[in-house]
Design a protein around this ligand. Structure first.
Ligand SMILES: Cc1cc2nc3c(=O)[nH]c(=O)nc-3n(C[C@H](O)[C@H](O)[C@H](O)COP(=O)(O)OP(=O)(O)OC[C@H]3O[C@@H](n4cnc5c(N)ncnc54)[C@H](O)[C@@H]3O)c2cc1C
Length: 379
């Protein structure tokens, strides 16, 4: 077994790290405070090919793999976990769904601009009555002439509110000729008549990530906007969410590293009782545990990504990585706050932002309880 990163992986990691340090980190606090979407940063990320790492060049990508993609997500998330989330939704979930299940025409039309980062994608699974129980959706699609007509509401949808978002891939119920009910997936381009953005959510963190309600009222899309195989839409969505879980794990590792770096520096500088607080074991042991858990969580997401790259089953490994890493990130943020004492509560200290943004990693793309359900069902 060889744990060393390949030359290509090191190059991706170093490129993303440099960009994160030089371009994203200096803006992270301001973006979170104002909630303004950083279109200029997205454009530069696109220019560096970040949205297309795992896709072949003929579909706008760079022909890399999922290990490389996740090393990139970790580095970006260390500077700003919200932009890591942009990569997760655009590439790991939406881009991948188009790549794996799309027709050649769908890939050329929608995946290519997304992999090049010129357009951003969104996925719409959650509804007011269907969160963890994602199969309980009520949104319905029926055939009328040459079109699908969609009615329903999706909530908490990431990315679709961005000016450069081109589409949302949604799940909807359909009934076939024999009356059989199933869940299928549809590509709904932004600007389609009958598709409007509802409420823009006012969030406690990730404020520069666009989160909206999507409303479909007699929304008519051509028949060829159906994605994948009939009756398999739900399974398709769950399959790509597996990769999304690896991405949330990489985002969590990035955030935990930011917590660790800030806390180690602070603990060596802050003097109490005549000594740097790092010399108190209760502080240095927190940092020792943080470092160990970061290493472990990174190994977990890299293993899951490696299994995916090698077409090996990774349901369990993706769930392990998401569950462990997201809970670890929240603990790291809490310990970072504690190490900073009262300053941890002050907005001018980055750890207060890390604390506010850490909890949501245990919710999105399957809560911790749902990961435990996935794991226990596979034991
Ligand atoms: C910022 C943000 C961005 C999001 N982006 C998207 C997006 O882009 N696309 C999208 O489709 N969705 C998105 N979501 C939705 C997200 O995936 C859901 O919030 C999540 O799946 C949980 O669903 P819920 O909020 O309805 O909670 P619920 O499902 O109502 O869960 C409430 C609590 O009950 C627990 N619970 C539920 N069922 C069980 C069970 N069987 N066993 C044990 N415990 C259980 C849950 O773990 C949780 O603790 C986003 C959410 C947020 C907050």
């Amino acid at each position: 077994m060889d744990f060393r990163l390949s030359e290509e992986h090191q190059m991706i990691r170093d490129m993303a790290r440099k960009f994160a340090d030089e371009v994203i980190a200096p803006r992270a606090e301001e973006m979170e405070a104002t909630g303004e979407y950083p279109y200029d940063i997205m454009e530069r990320m696109a220019g560096l090919g970040m949205m297309g790492i795992p896709f072949p060049p003929e579909y706008g990508g760079s022909g890399g793999d999922w290990v490389g993609m996740h090393l990139c997500i970790e580095e970006i998330s260390r500077a700003d976990v919200t932009l890591g989330g942009l990569l997760d939704v655009t590439t790991s979930v939406v881009g991948q769904e188009l790549f794996v299940f799309g027709t050649e025409a769908q890939k050329k039309k929608w995946l290519v601009p997304m992999a090049r980062g010129r357009e951003i994608g969104a996925f719409g699974l959650t509804e007011p009555g269907a969160g963890s129980d994602a199969a309980a959706i009520k949104t319905a699609a029926v055939v009328e002439g040459g079109s699908w007509v969609i009615n329903g509401t999706k909530q908490f949808i990431t990315n679709i509110g961005l000016d450069n978002a081109s589409l949302v891939i949604i799940t909807a119920r359909t009934r076939d000729a024999s009356g059989r009910d199933s869940i299928n997936t549809f590509i709904v381009p932004k600007g389609t008549a009958g598709f409007t953005l509802g409420k823009k959510y006012d969030k406690m963190g990730w404020r520069h990530s666009a989160t909206h309600e999507c409303v479909f009222e007699d929304c008519r899309i051509p028949r060829d906007h159906f994605l994948g195989k009939e009756g398999k839409g739900f399974a398709q969505h769950l399959a790509v969410l597996e990769t999304g879980r690896i991405s949330i794990a990489a985002m969590s590792v990035g955030l935990a590293r930011a917590c660790f770096d800030a806390s180690l520096k602070y603990a060596k500088e802050r003097v109490q009782f005549g000594k740097p607080i790092f010399s108190f074991q209760s502080i240095s042991f927190k940092l020792a545990d943080m470092a160990m858990h970061i290493e472990l969580a990174r190994n977990m997401y890299l293993k899951a990504a490696w299994l995916k790259d090698n077409n090996l089953p990774h349901t369990l490994e993706a769930a392990y990585a998401k569950l462990f890493a997201s809970e670890m990130a929240e603990r790291s943020a809490s310990d970072a706050f504690q190490i900073h004492g009262g300053y941890g509560f002050m907005n001018e200290y980055a750890v207060s932002r890390y604390f506010k943004t850490s909890k949501i990693l245990q919710i999105v793309e399957g809560t911790s309880e749902i990961q435990r359900l996935v794991i226990s069902r596979n034991l």
